[in-house]
Design a protein around this ligand. Structure first.
Ligand SMILES: Cc1cc2cn([C@H]3C[C@H](O)[C@@H](CO)O3)c(=O)nc2[nH]1
Length: 223
């Protein structure tokens, strides 16, 4: 709850791997009225000395369930984390966990149907028993070929084996969820930004969302 005990205006920042979510979030670090929760990748890379991210990429059939279970726990922790500011920006959510990553791993049989069923039951239970809603989703829309080049350039070691086909499938799943709305539960209105733009041009795109987010923040504070 923010200072005046009102739920903060909550934004999920969603997009493919390499779509610029961290850069987008860092743009908002300049505002003191916003709490930023970036993806806890470092927790996934070091759980009691185990690099679950690396294990998952190296042997998906063996580790996808373990990895996605822990990702969901860390995302639930972020959803539940109180914010003392009128606005809370989160990098990804339990929704992209379920509708993009877990969905992909089920469709390509990285997750056994029994494992998928367990993860889906957890998602449904949380969705019906714990408030994890949002007020806005910012979707950093990208072209798979562009983010694939960024991933190569970024050279995050665990991702070097990621094929373009995986990025294309994740793109389709983000489009199905956020644009084609195939899942009934889309938790909030979606603001689509053109995240193919390179860093020099993308600030104007950020400013478009800045206005919408900060204006809402004023409403929260005034309410
Ligand atoms: C919610 C959620 C985020 C997330 C990220 N990842 C991977 C994609 C990237 O390589 C890395 C950091 O986003 O973790 C995943 O496999 N499953 C996920 N689920």
């Amino acid at each position: 709850m923010s200072a005046n005990n009102v739920k903060p205006f909550t934004v999920f920042v969603e997009g493919n791997i390499g779509s610029g979510k961290t850069t987008f979030l860092e743009h908002f670090r300049q505002f003191e009225d916003i709490t930023l929760l970036t993806e806890p990748v470092e927790m996934w890379r070091d759980l009691k000395g185990c690099n679950l991210l690396e294990l998952m990429y190296k042997d998906p059939e063996k580790w996808a369930m373990t990895f996605q279970s822990y990702v969901s726990l860390t995302m639930l922790d972020m959803h539940r984390r109180p914010a003392s500011t009128p606005v809370k920006l989160m990098e990804r959510s339990l929704f992209s966990a379920r509708y993009c990553f877990v969905e992909h791993m089920m469709r390509n049989n990285t997750l056994h149907p029994a494992q998928f069923a367990v993860l889906d039951e957890w998602f449904r239970f949380i969705q019906h028993n714990i408030p994890i809603d949002a007020d806005l989703i910012v979707y950093l829309k990208t072209s798979p070929s562009i983010v694939y080049q960024r991933i190569k350039k970024r050279a995050r070691s665990e991702e070097q084996c990621v094929p373009l086909s995986y990025i294309e499938e994740l793109h389709r799943l983000h489009e199905d969820w956020l644009i084609n709305r195939i899942h009934a539960e889309c938790p909030a209105p979606v603001l689509v930004l053109d995240a193919d733009l390179d860093l020099s041009q993308i600030t104007d795109e950020y400013k478009r969302s800045e206005h919408q987010i900060l204006r809402k923040a004023v409403n929260v504070v005034m309410s």
